[in-house]
Design a binder for this molecule. Structure first.
Ligand code: 4NP
Length: 164
């Protein structure tokens, strides 16, 4: 008899709009998983705290930066985080303190605080803990550098942990 299939571990990236930063982290992390043949072990999702870009493709500027570095974001569609995501994901990586506050508000019983972390705390080259919002400033290249460094370190962290 076949052994039952193991459920993939799931991680979620969260920003305000699910339009720039979290889709970039989502696509980059999937790209890393594919490179190491781990895409069936860990599922990646992303969402926004606002729901302003529900069902939309990520921002065209962030899609172009991703493509420049060899991966696509065109399979990602905007969604909004729900309370259920806190239960279903083993880690929730937020981009800034405002996202952190909004996600913690969903955790009204304080059960999931341990899983909710600022992505940039994994960035080995910075003592700053926020990924800046590029939507108005246009600093997409800089945001790519931050997100990719933080995701590389997060990847090593997750890979070294046994399957939950
Ligand atoms: P994100 O950036 O939180 O990185 O997706 C933003 C995207 C859209 C808006 C603000 C921030 N907006 O105002 O529509």
């Amino acid at each position: 008899m076949k052994a039952p299939k193991k459920k993939p571990r799931r991680i979620m990236f969260v920003c305000l709009g699910n339009h720039c930063r979290s889709p970039l982290a989502h696509g980059y992390f999937q790209h890393l998983l594919k490179k190491y043949h781990l895409e069936n072990e860990i599922e990646v999702v992303s969402s926004g705290t606002s729901g302003w870009h529900l069902g939309e493709l990520p921002d065209s500027r962030v899609c172009r930066v991703a493509e420049k570095y060899g991966f696509s974001l065109r399979h990602i569609r905007g969604s909004k985080i729900t309370r259920g995501d806190l239960k279903d994901c083993e880690l929730i990586l937020v981009m800034d303190h405002s996202n952190l506050r909004d996600v913690l508000l969903l955790d009204d019983q304080g059960q999931y605080a341990e899983k909710i972390k600022l992505l940039r705390t994994f960035d080995p080259e910075s003592s700053q803990d926020e990924v800046p919002d590029p939507y108005y400033s246009g600093i997409f290249e800089e945001v790519y550098m931050i997100v990719s460094r933080a995701c590389d370190a997060l990847f090593e962290h997750i890979r070294s942990k046994p399957v939950a």
